[in-house]
Design a protein around this ligand. Structure first.
Ligand SMILES: [Zn+2]
Length: 464
């Protein structure tokens, strides 16, 4: 796992941190992946009870997986399988190859998933080796976004057991960029930090970028005129949702970048945007996958067979570097399509076309049509008269799905003739979504403000 680490300390050039890994011909990339897949498989076979059983049940032996070509023989892992394993073998389960003695010897931190509905928190141990790899991967991703020596960062992710705060914190340390930790501070204090210490890079969720900017405006301050020149967002799809991207960029006068991963298997930036993608004139953003560290696959959600590039399927990922979680074929479940065409930035690694807009299990069927919540968000946010906050309630009345959008008007917008305004918006949404949406407009400040991750969609239909 330590092999194929190039340009550890400093970037090789101004555009690409490690061109011999990020911009190499795909056949050479494949050879690196082959070696790493074989390494991860062998390691899991010998060290993980859960995976040893899973491999044996699939008829695999200790040497069955030697290359990327063999990878489809490995059965996929669903999140629930780990839940069962952890419940049977508390508190960690047996899927991680990490032993308690390893953790006591070189343990770094415990990380937990957010927003879990499981009875127990799902937590994972990581080691100092993992910390170093996360830092280096993070540095490469931040470099691709345009973060440079001379910047000062303010990190507003939650200071807790989430991977976002720590992954980015150590990446910035690795790059030699000073960090103001906003993790434990409230919004009031973060605004004072921005005004006083003039950070140039803001790291937070897209919802919080909107919230923080609006709070500054309410205090008569201008986020656009602040020292912030670049945003790094994670935790929600916003940075790749065109209308949300545009709102945040106009508010801050700065480009917003996407940093994508998950606690279970892709803790360091698995997906990240480059300067070419965030500056595209058509507003679309493709997110790169760091393919020397991970292998992305896009599979049919029912059969788990591969779908061709350019077609949508569920995202399945293999981790090729972690000491604690070198998991092969974990179903992250994001609904994506892939391209392996080289990017004009020079990178040859695959990209998610239009970024990552949400998970397949979040697809919501309304009157027979399937929508990702981020697509609904895009249609709503692209209406300039609508404020930042909105909620969507879906009910089922008289055998029909009914959708009610409650949204705030922009501050200062006219409250006259509300009914006519509502009908006009409803017609525009019908045009973009193809379904009838009832609209209720409320004065600015009526809906609760979203500070971290937003919950805007409420499906109130009786599932029975
Ligand atoms: Zn690129």
């Amino acid at each position: 796992m330590r092999k194929h680490v190039h340009d550890w300390n400093t970037p090789a050039n101004a555009k690409i941190w490690s061109p011999s890994l990020e911009a190499l011909p795909r056949e050479q990339l494949r050879r690196i992946q082959d070696e790493k897949v074989a390494g991860a498989y062998t390691y899991l076979w010998h060290r993980s009870t859960f995976y040893r059983q899973k491999f044996e049940q699939a008829g695999l032996g200790p040497d069955s997986v030697r290359s990327v070509e063999d990878l489809p023989r490995v059965p996929v892992t669903l999140r629930d399988e780990w839940l069962v394993d952890q419940q049977k073998n508390p508190p960690w389960g047996t899927f991680s190859p990490l032993q308690q003695s390893d953790w006591l010897e070189r343990g770094w931190m415990l990380f937990s998933t957010s927003g879990t509905t499981a009875a127990h928190p799902r937590s994972f141990r990581h080691t100092s080796f993992d910390r170093e790899m996360w830092s280096w991967h993070g540095a490469r991703a931040l470099h691709a976004m345009g973060v440079r020596r001379g910047d000062i960062a303010i990190n507003c992710f939650a200071y807790g057991t989430s991977v976002a705060f720590w992954g980015l914190h150590y990446a910035l340390n690795h790059m030699g960029i000073p960090v103001i930790s906003g993790g434990g501070a409230n919004t009031e204090r973060r605004i004072i930090f921005i005004e006083t210490y003039k950070p140039t890079v803001l790291l937070c969720t897209p919802s919080y970028a909107l919230y923080l900017g609006r709070q500054m405006q309410e205090q008569g301050k201008s986020p656009k005129d602040s020292s912030i020149r670049l945003l790094v967002c994670a935790g929600e799809p916003g940075a790749c949702v065109p209308a949300t991207k545009q709102r945040i960029e106009e508010l801050w006068g700065a480009r917003i970048n996407d940093d994508f991963g998950c606690t279970e298997v892709a803790m360091s930036p698995f997906g990240y945007t480059c300067e070419y993608q965030v500056n595209r004139a058509d507003g679309r953003v493709d997110t790169h996958f760091m393919e020397d560290a991970y292998i992305p696959e896009v599979l049919d959600p029912e059969t788990f067979k591969p779908v061709p590039d350019g077609e949508r399927g569920v995202l399945v990922v293999s981790n090729l570097f972690s000491e604690a979680q070198p998991i092969l074929r974990y179903v992250m479940g994001d609904w994506v399509s892939l391209t392996r065409e080289p990017c004009p930035c020079g990178r040859t690694h695959a990209r998610a076309i239009g970024g990552l807009a949400g998970r397949y299990d979040q697809l919501i069927k309304i009157r027979g049509l399937a929508f990702l919540p981020a697509l609904l968000e895009d249609s709503i946010r692209s209406q300039p008269e609508i404020g930042d906050e909105f909620k969507i309630e879906i009910t089922h009345v008289n055998d029909m799905d009914e959708i009610l959008l409650t949204t705030e008007l922009q501050p200062g917008a006219s409250m006259e003739d509300l009914e006519a305004q509502e009908q006009r918006l409803s017609r525009k949404l019908k045009g973009s979504l193809g379904i009838v949406v009832d609209v209720k407009l409320v004065p600015p400040g009526t809906l609760p403000r979203t500070e971290f991750k937003a919950k805007r969609l409420f499906d109130l239909r009786d599932r029975n």
